[in-house]
Design a protein around this ligand. Structure first.
Ligand code: AMP
Length: 469
């Protein structure tokens, strides 16, 4: 269910037929994000909204699309791109509901994982609005079965998820086919650098609407834990780290160490205790580094242990926690480390372990941050008896990549086609030169493995195996 504002739809410049239809759908007042965005959308402005599902974003862009539509002109006037078929179906359904008071508006979905031929037939019959997934839409454009010369509205829905699924190249290709004169709307739960780049390239003076949570400056909870330095205490830091992991159970935690050797040792010891941890340091071969980052960012490994140098330039969004195994040598480095959590409107957690010897560094930090350092007690040792938790996803590796012309859409299609798993159960897809990785929900990993292993990509079978478990 969505939260509603007090502002009625009748405040907007909408026709009486549309207002009546909205009311018959039970839409009387706008959601806060609709109230913020619709006045601008209806004026034809480019809009970036950090809308999540449930914010009423579909109706926001849906109304914008429909108000502009010239029903008599039977050409494609709108293209909505979504990351998965399920989302495309939902969006198409919502647009049809919003459009039901106007006759003859034709909405067509074009998604991967469904036969291509019938889609050509449907396109020949014509449509006003296309809702589709990037891979398939691109294919229709390349083959000339979809023409966008009359397009006036372009919508990217869940743009961050589209990039996660590896659709950047398809998006770039599709953008080439769009007329320059158009309205572009971009919806995304998070706003990483890659999305900002796209926005800069394809939008004109966009209005940015953020959800309330992203305005929160206090989005990082910093807690300090004092560790005994006494030599009789057995591995106090490692024990403390395990306790914190078991207490907070972060799906993605970045653990900072000050040396390369310690990074590997900590990761090895966590693995020996049954945690899903990986080490990232300068000595890794490129292939291992790629695989480590893929597994951590697609949430099939929960813990990444890294040095500052190795973590430099990592573009990881939405970390649940940063844990400083050692206090950083410099204050600025500490602030930089903890800034990696608490992004994208979610509250982040930064835990720091320190010992008596580091008290002076802590004093400097308090001065720099101009705030008191809050220390807390570690969870009780009894927690160590709980079994370590598993990450939500599992990575499947496909022994075929860009060089074999494997594309993200092929993988998504093969997984979610007839008898496959749902699009919502597929996570990040990363296609590298000679192999590709796809994350799937752990519960369905066996069926995903079977489906991919038996199926074909680009008319060929590729070896597929799960990695990391
Ligand atoms: P969305 O964020 O687009 O996935 O929409 C979430 C749900 O809220 C959908 O079921 C919509 O039908 C519903 N919805 C959207 N806008 C309104 C509104 N102004 N009043 C009541 N329900 C709405």
């Amino acid at each position: 269910m969505c939260t509603l504002s007090q502002i009625p739809f009748s405040n907007l410049k909408l026709g009486s037929v549309t207002l009546k239809n909205l009311s018959s759908l039970g839409y009387e007042t706008m959601t806060p994000s609709q109230a913020q965005s619709l006045p601008h959308i209806l004026k034809g402005k480019d809009v970036i909204a950090q809308g999540k599902t449930g914010s009423g974003k579909t109706a926001a862009f849906g109304l914008g699309i429909l108000e502009k539509l010239n029903v008599k002109r039977f050409r494609v006037q709108t293209l909505v791109l979504c990351p998965t078929r399920e989302l495309a179906d939902q969006v198409a359904k919502e647009i049809r509901r919003l459009a039901r008071a106007t006759h003859n508006i034709k909405v067509l979905t074009l998604c991967g994982g469904t036969p291509f031929g019938p889609q050509i037939g449907s396109l020949e019959h014509g449509a006003h609005i296309i809702v589709g997934t990037p891979g398939r839409v691109e294919e229709h454009l390349r083959k000339g079965s979809l023409k966008l010369a009359d397009l006036c509205t372009f919508v990217l829905d869940e743009a961050d998820r589209m990039l996660d699924m590896g659709f950047q190249a398809s998006l770039d290709a599709i953008i080439e086919y769009l007329p320059e004169q158009r309205q572009t709307m971009l919806f995304s739960a998070t706003y990483p650098g890659q999305i900002q780049d796209i926005a800069r390239r394809i939008m004109i003076d966009p209005l940015v609407i953020k959800s309330a949570a992203t305005h929160d400056n206090d989005s990082i909870e910093q807690i300090f834990f004092k560790i005994s330095d006494k030599s009789d205490a057995t591995a106090p830091r490692l024990t403390a780290l395990c306790l914190l992991l078991l207490e907070y159970r972060p799906d993605s935690a970045l653990v900072f160490c000050n040396t390369r050797r310690e990074t590997q040792e900590v990761a090895d010891q966590l693995c020996a205790k049954g945690f899903s941890a990986l080490a990232l340091h300068g000595e890794l071969e490129q292939r291992d580094r790629d695989q480590t980052l893929v597994r951590f960012t697609n949430k099939s490994a929960s813990i990444l242990v890294a040095t500052d140098v190795a973590a430099r330039g990592l573009d990881i969004e939405a970390l649940d926690a940063v844990i400083n195994y050692q206090l950083a040598r410099e204050t600025e480095v500490h602030v930089h480390r903890i800034g990696r959590t608490g992004r994208a409107g979610s509250k982040g957690l930064a835990c720091t372990l320190y010992s008596d010897k580091e008290n002076y560094k802590l004093g400097k930090l308090a001065e720099y941050l101009q705030q008191d350092i809050v220390t807390a007690s570690l969870p009780a040792l009894g927690l160590l008896k709980t079994p370590p938790y598993k990450p939500p996803m599992l990575t499947l590796q496909i022994d075929g990549g860009k060089k074999q012309k494997v594309r993200p859409g092929d993988i998504l299609g093969a997984l979610t086609g007839e008898g496959g798993i749902a699009g919502s159960e597929v996570g990040k897809i990363s296609v590298l030169d000679n192999w590709a990785y796809v994350a799937v929900k752990r519960e369905v990993s066996q069926s995903a493995l079977t489906k991919l292993g038996q199926g074909q990509l680009k008319g060929r079978s590729f070896r597929v195996r799960s990695i990391g478990d």
